[in-house]
Design a binder for this molecule. Structure first.
Ligand SMILES: [Zn+2]
Ligand SMILES: [Zn+2]
Length: 446
């Protein structure tokens, strides 16, 4: 991986104090202007960092060079950095007097897929994943999050006369496989280090224009459970089906019928999805196999909806097997990632500052279907706000919404490509203001 010659330096511009009135509301307009001035001055280095990370993605728990790069940046800013927390994770602490400890999290990992943008900094990296060679790409925007994380740390250090407390910046591995947050917690994230009083994370989101800051109160992402079903039949010759019990038939029937659990059993106004991602069985055209394995995912926001869906899925699988006079299928549902539930108090505090800074570009949105293991930190007792930032040119979004332009690439699309500068400017400004709003509220003793 290519390295930048020098890590980002603290901007002198920001050290020019922006004096907040004591025990009054934050002067958001002045603070925002100071953040933007600093961002502008430092952007060339942040841009280079982003593009370097984008071009050199690493997969879950393989983020060794990425973590080392971020560790260097944070040490340069004066953070005390501990590496290898949760295998490849980082914890960076900065003490700045009495006050709350606020956590800001980024992810480190990329996806096993081929990038198909024609950006000059597009990834052509390949690696081995589950025994196969694969391309690797930052098609979820975790590279934006990392650059944002470094940019926010830098901005907050530049503003350190304006807040008191402790920053706990963590870089989490393996978000895409839903294992990195838990790995860090198991390796003492909240026991070897201070347990944060509050936490923040952001996510770049396809389909929205840059400049937009989007959030939810309550559930912000879905719960994800794993589904594994093995239909057990009796193999034989494809030309003699009467001597067999055909598990391919059962699998096909199940894949179709299980969708009636979604459309007929679940309340249509409640979110719930079941998708089968892989079907494996058989070896040759004329052999009916002994069994077929289906692996899928179940998504929901509410526990009662989740329970109803799981019951329906199990019943459908058993009924399908019974129809074929087959033995009961093996069904395993593994509880996966929990829903991200934002804390109303943290949201209310940050919302006030973000509204003053972003006006109607700050918008509440409904919960988003993909899951997020940031929920592990929340369920470990860190009241948090997880918000999203838009990534596309506004004209492109307008054209797509009017049906006059191409569809916008979502996260995990091979064409996902945030516009770096305005996306990062919004992210750094929003995250800095959110963190400072909580410090400020604490300082006022509210
Ligand atoms: Zn993702
Ligand atoms: Zn992601």
């Amino acid at each position: 991986m290519k390295r930048l010659a020098t890590p980002l330096l603290v901007s002198a511009a920001l050290c020019v104090a922006v004096v907040l009135p004591a025990h009054a509301d934050m002067d958001v307009a002045r603070l925002k202007a100071a953040i933007e001035t600093s961002f502008e001055a430092d952007y060339p280095k942040l841009d280079a960092l982003y593009k370097e990370l984008h071009a050199n993605p690493e997969l879950a728990f393989q983020e060794v060079k990425t973590a080392a790069r971020l560790a260097a940046e944070m040490r340069e800013l004066g953070f005390e950095v501990t590496e290898k927390v949760g295998r490849t994770g980082l914890v960076a602490i900065y003490n700045n007097g009495d006050g709350p400890t606020i956590m800001v999290r980024t992810e480190l990992d990329a996806l096993p897929m081929e990038e198909k943008t024609d950006l000059p900094y597009a990834s052509r990296v390949k690696t081995t994943w589950n025994g196969k060679e694969t391309f690797v790409a930052h098609s979820c925007g975790h590279d934006i999050h990392m650059a944002n994380w470094v940019g926010t740390a830098k901005t907050l250090i530049g503003l350190k006369e304006q807040w008191q407390g402790t920053l706990m910046f963590i870089a989490q591995p393996a978000e895409e496989v839903g294992a990195g947050a838990m790995a860090m917690l198991r390796e003492g994230l909240f026991t070897r280090f201070p347990k944060p009083d509050f936490g923040f994370a952001l996510h770049a989101i396809g389909g929205f224009a840059h400049g937009a800051v989007l959030y939810t109160v309550g559930a912000g992402s879905s719960a994800a459970d794993g589904l594994y079903i093995k239909f057990r039949g009796r193999g034989g010759h494809g030309a003699v089906p009467q001597a067999t019990i055909d598990p391919v038939m059962m699998a096909a029937r199940f894949v179709v019928d299980v969708q009636s659990v979604i459309s007929r059993e679940k309340d249509p106004s409640e979110f719930g999805v079941v998708s089968i991602g892989t079907i494996q069985g058989g070896t040759a055209a004329n052999i009916i196999p002994d069994d077929v394995v289906l692996v899928g995912t179940i998504r929901s926001f509410k526990p009662e909806v989740r329970a109803r869906m799981i019951a329906g899925i199990e019943r459908t699988a058993k009924a399908v097997a019974a129809m074929s006079n087959a033995p009961e299928p093996l069904i395993t549902i593994t509880e996966g990632i929990k829903a991200v539930i934002n804390d109303p108090g943290v949201v209310a505090t940050a919302e006030k500052a973000l509204k003053a800074a972003f006006g109607d570009k700050l918008r509440p949105i409904p919960p988003v279907a993909p899951s997020e293991d940031y929920s592990e930190f929340i369920s470990s007792g860190v009241p948090s706000m997880f918000f999203r930032i838009g990534v596309h040119e506004p004209e492109r979004v307008a054209a797509a919404r009017a049906g006059e332009g191409p569809p916008l690439p979502a996260n995990h699309s091979p064409l996902f490509a945030p516009v770096p500068k305005p996306t990062l400017q919004t992210g750094v400004t929003a995250m800095t203001l959110a963190v400072m709003s909580v410090f400020e509220q604490h300082a006022q003793g509210k």
